[in-house]
Design a protein around this ligand. Sequence first.
Ligand SMILES: [Zn+2]
Length: 233
Amino acid sequence: MAGMNIGAHLHLLDRLDSDLAQQEASIREARRRQVQNPELDAAERGAAARRDQLAQAMAEQRSLEAELADLETRISRDHTRLYSGVIVDPRELASLERELAHYRETAGQVEERCLEAMERVESLGVESADAARRANELRARWDADREALTREIESMVDALAGMREEREKLAAAFDPRTLERYQRLRSSLGHAVSAVDGGVCSSCHVTIPPKDVQHARESLVPCPNCGRFLSVP
Ligand SMILES: [Zn+2]
């Protein structure tokens, strides 16, 4: 340690530890982005909901078409009976005419609902296709992004290993008690070392006595106000 500016050396460690924490956070964030894509999830949920609505509308259309076909069969049957000449009783004829009129009226209503259902099927078909296309685009983009992200994470992990190695080398210059104190300061204050800039602690802006500034070039001197170790360049 002789001749070494120990405060400045600890400052390097302090900066490196912050860079390490930042690097670890970036890797965690990149890994999270690799498995989570809320935008894609929402798009896929939306597409599935549209698909369900479309299937429902199509089922409704089919059921109305079946109902209409059944009414048309009845109408055709009644019509044939009415004009076949087989039925001669006027009351029976009148009853048949009322039945036919009722079927025709109902058929008109069902036909109208059937047309509405067809329109719904058509518009939901367009919406469903749009939603599916959007989800597919997002998935394709995500697949490409994830490939790039995997390479990015690999290089970040490599860089992290290099930083950890460097940290080991820097930390080796300090005894365990100093490192313990350093860690405590980092935990409570974020940084354990503060640069003296123009005779002032750059963290808490208190003036450092000149003898402390001088002293801090050769040994670890804490700032009298914030307690961080002083680093004098
Ligand atoms: Zn201070």
